[in-house]
Design a protein around this ligand. Structure first.
Ligand code: HAM
Length: 447
């Protein structure tokens, strides 16, 4: 019997796998420019890291974590997100004492949430995210928002927008919570069961309830922005000022409250312009979390960050039919028949690969006809046809698969031949580039 993959997981193969690799490469290249260091933290952590970090009352912790006991009876949790693990690592490795603050890191890896699988929502998901630990400057809030959009732009996505809001400081949020409870109290019986529970524990989360939010009385919900105290308002104004300097495409959206408890002040989401995606239109989100480091036992540290769902970014790239500069074809296919020719095929393939060319050959002792077919399957630009007579004279036959022209090339000049004839077809010219700025991989390689 066939064993299927677990519900809510995906196999990423073939062309899709190439798109994923390309996305990773663009992320790495943009991160490098902003001087963010790559960080790898464990895929599982002691459960407390997430339960305490994300908040015991959040949907993620109450309904979605993969919690388990290992054989030593330790309570562990598969990471549902990257922030809490990075904060744990920052504290455990005493980065606040050994690094020049702020620490700027990024990660890229799988996360696990027990959610109902649907478009753009899986149980194993991949996020890349950035965290800045040790700065409370509105400039950095603006920088990370701008960076999130710049990565998407560099990938070729169009029409992404940041929806930005402020949850203010504790005083502002306490006042707002009270106002929200006063507002929703008369409607309490009408709210969904989740929102009834949120009413006491976390009334802010009622605002983005997917069940209730089209009800009439949701249209007049008080705005958090009217409850920000002076300092919080000034902070938010500054963030917006820097966003303007960075020419970030953003709107102020007082409905953004986020699903994790650790946020204060700036919160934001990155939205694609693809209405058919529904909720999966939210490609990423993040914000400031000044209390999390101390909550997890470290010193008071102001932080900000975001994460983007790569599954959704890949979906968006495909939906928007973005022309992705991935190599679709092999440079050369080596054909041979007998053992002597095969030994030469092994040697030539190795030489050309080490010179940087993509080379394919036959591994199943197939007929010449089948080998020609296989060469076509891989869209090989050139065929290297080996035969013993040629090899005795130190030459090979090369066929241009497009023009069908053939010529004999001396073995020792083979690499020079390819240097002369193969363009770097990964990048052609400016017209092939989708990006609207010059931080993309294409341009990077050209300059
Ligand atoms: P989040 O909003 O929970 O934030 O997740 C960020 C992104 O991950 C979402 O916008 C979405 O694209 C993707 N995502 C979340 N759940 C799923 C899922 N089940 N399937 C596919 N994609 C999903 C965080 O995780 C925070 N740690 C972000 C952050 C970093 N805040 C500060 N620093």
């Amino acid at each position: 019997m066939i064993i299927n993959r677990p519900k809510g997981t995906v196999d990423i193969t073939d062309r899709d796998a190439k798109i994923w690799k390309y996305v990773d490469m663009v992320i790495d290249s943009v991160m490098e420019k902003y001087n963010y260091n790559y960080i790898r933290t464990p895929i599982f952590e002691n459960s407390e890291v997430f339960h305490r970090g994300i908040g015991e009352t959040t949907d993620i912790v109450t309904k979605e974590t993969y919690d388990f006991k290992d054989r030593g009876e330790r309570s562990l949790t598969l990471r549902p997100e990257g922030t809490a693990g990075v904060v744990r690592s920052y504290i455990e490795n005493k980065m606040y004492g050994t690094h020049n603050l702020p620490v700027k890191v990024y990660y890229n890896g799988t996360m696990y949430r027990y959610e109902r699988p649907q478009l753009g929502r899986n149980r194993e998901l991949t996020q890349y995210g950035v965290e800045v630990l040790g700065s409370k400057d509105p400039m950095i809030d603006a920088e990370v928002i701008s960076m999130a959009l710049n990565v998407n732009k560099a990938l070729g996505l169009k029409g992404n927008k940041a929806h930005v809001n402020s949850l203010g400081d504790k005083e502002s949020r306490d006042n707002y919570r009270k106002a929200l409870k006063d507002y929703f109290r008369p409607h309490l019986d009408d709210l969904c069961d989740d929102c009834k529970a949120r009413f006491e524990k976390n009334p802010l989360r009622i605002i983005d309830c997917k069940v209730d939010n089209n009800k009439d009385y949701f249209k007049k919900v008080p705005s958090i922005l009217d409850y920000l105290n002076k300092e919080s308002k000034e902070y938010f104004d500054k963030v917006c000022e820097y966003l303007d300097i960075l020419k970030v495409d953003y709107v102020i959206d007082d409905k953004i409250v986020r699903g994790l408890d650790y946020y204060n002040h700036t919160v934001f989401e990155i939205l694609a312009d693809i209405p058919s995606f529904g909720n999966a239109n939210t490609l990423g989100g993040g914000g400031r979390y000044d209390g999390l480091v101390s909550e997890l036992g470290g010193p008071e540290t102001s932080c900000v960050g975001y994460a983007v769902g790569i599954d959704r970014v890949v979906m968006a790239l495909k939906e928007e039919k973005v022309d992705i500069p991935i190599k679709e074809n092999v440079d050369a296919y080596i054909l041979y028949v007998n053992e002597d020719e095969k030994k030469n095929a092994v040697y030539i393939a190795d030489e050309l690969r080490r010179a940087g060319y993509v080379v394919e050959t036959d591994y199943n002792n197939k007929s010449l006809k089948a080998q020609f077919k296989r060469a076509d399957y891989f869209g090989s630009s050139y065929l290297i046809i080996l035969n013993s007579d040629d090899l005795n004279e130190g030459v090979v036959t090369i066929k241009n698969n497009k023009t069908k022209e053939e010529e004999k090339v001396e073995m020792e000049y083979l690499i020079y031949y390819f240097d002369e004839h193969i363009d770097d077809n990964f990048i052609d010219n400016d017209e092939d580039c989708n990006c609207s700025d010059c931080s993309c991989h294409n341009h990077e390689k050209e300059v």
